[in-house]
Design a protein around this ligand. Structure first.
Ligand code: NAD
Ligand code: DAU
Length: 351
């Protein structure tokens, strides 16, 4: 084995795709997946690779500093790809504290343990922090987020991610810890927990449930297929420059309502419904508090410096995503638990 890489949050949506890519790409590495298995963590995302000799799962909480210390005593990690986080904006509005514990304190715990175990020799080591474009705030009709855009987070989620980004850069500046940060736009694809827009609406359409569109549905997001993000993570981990930030995006802006109508059309076709049937489920509801209007990423640095590009078009990615959810009812049944229904009731039925 050449490299031991710790991936945090690997049982989640993006983490599981990143791990699958890495274990297939690097048979000589050992990829250790550390995950607390919160409601969003699901080992069923990784059943196809769970027997691989270059993959191992460890259950644990990044908020637990003594546990992390013991983990680093037991494994000589060369690198960390840090994805573990509370990731849903709506939940951060209801309960910000978990976001501070995991996203801020958990990240600082990881930085401390990496620093204390690596400080004799930082050579060949890397702490790669996976973050979000939401730290930059909200755009008007014009312009793009670049790596130089000042931070202006608006939700408890984005504020917690911004804090963690600042701490990662502070450890680079203050202690020389080798770090890289990337900030990515909205991901979509298989295995995403059905609280986020696309999988939530696919599941609701299938079950003839209302489609709760926040506000007027005019907010804009820049969508990227999750496997393209996984490839960017690999490229940045191996070829990114220390201390640098890389923006990752889809070059694919959609107004929510246009995207939802497109999804309804695809679902009508896949479910053999009369055109227009699913769109009847659309219901405009009270807006999300502090709802960011527009995100759009300028990812030219990543393209020009590291040669990354998006490979999956939105048409193709949406088809693949819808097919995956329709073909994986068992996966859905296992996550659509009583806890999920309780969340759904509070978030949508009692607002
Ligand atoms: P997710 O919610 O699907 O997965 C998060 C994972 O982290 C889960 O497996 C969960 O069990 C684990 N986790 C949570 N708290 C933990 C703790 N205290 N200790 C250990 N593990 C813990 O999230 P995601 O959408 O896959 O996002 C992954 C990362 O990418 C996050 O850092 C997020 O901020 C960032 N990101 C997400 C998107 C997106 O569109 N989903 C876009 C850009 C960046
Ligand atoms: O931009 C990157 C971020 O994208 C990530 O950092 C977050 O982890 C990820 O959750 C995502 O945040 P968003 O808030 O943009 O994603 P979400 O899927 O929650 O919402 C997408 C858009 O759809 C947003 O404008 C709110 C709207 N929406 C969402 C839900 C869940 C609705 O109109 N109705 C809904 O029920």
């Amino acid at each position: 084995m050449n490299k031991n890489i710790l991936v945090t949050g690997g049982a989640g949506f993006i983490g599981s795709h990143a791990i699958r890519y890495l274990v297939n790409q690097y048979p000589d590495y050992k990829i250790i997946n550390l995950d607390k298995l919160t409601y969003a963590g699901n080992l069923e995302n990784l059943t196809d690779i769970e027997g691989y000799s270059n993959y191992e799962f460890v259950k644990g909480d990044i908020y637990d500093a003594p546990f992390l210390n013991e983990l680093f005593d037991n494994y000589a990690f060369d690198g960390i790809i840090h994805l573990a986080a509370e990731s849903h904006v709506d939940r951060s509005i209801t309960d910000p504290n978990e976001f501070i514990k995991t996203n801020v304190v958990g990240t600082v715990n990881l930085l401390n343990v990496a620093k204390s175990h690596w400080q004799d020799d930082y050579k060949g080591k890397l702490f790669y922090h996976v973050s979000t474009d939401e730290v930059y705030g909200s755009l008007g009709e014009e312009g793009y987020f670049t790596e130089e855009t000042p931070y202006d987070p608006k939700s408890p989620y984005s504020a917690s991610k911004a804090s963690s980004d600042h701490m990662v850069r502070a450890y680079y500046n203050t202690y020389g810890l080798p770090v890289i940060v990337s900030n990515c736009s909205n991901n979509y694809g298989p295995n995403q927990f059905p609280e986020k827009l696309i999988p939530l609406f696919i599941n609701n359409i299938k079950n003839n449930r209302e489609l709760p569109v926040y506000g007027k549905g005019e907010n804009i997001r820049d969508w990227l297929y999750v496997e393209d993000h996984a490839k960017a993570i690999d490229l940045i981990y191996h070829h990114g420059r220390l201390g640098e930030t890389y923006n990752i995006g889809g070059d694919n802006e959609w107004k929510n309502i246009d995207l939802i109508r497109k999804l309804c059309e695809i679902m009508d076709r896949k479910l053999d419904r009369k055109p227009g049937t699913s769109a009847k489920l659309i219901k405009f509801v009270k807006d999300r508090a502090g709802h960011d209007m527009r995100y759009a990423i300028d990812c030219s640095k990543l393209k020009n410096e590291l040669g990354w590009k998006q490979e999956v078009s939105f048409e193709e990615g949406l088809e693949k995503t819808v097919d995956w959810y329709l073909d994986n009812q068992e996966w859905l049944n296992h996550v659509l638990t009583g806890e999920y229904e309780e969340y759904y009731r509070k978030q949508y039925l009692e607002r």
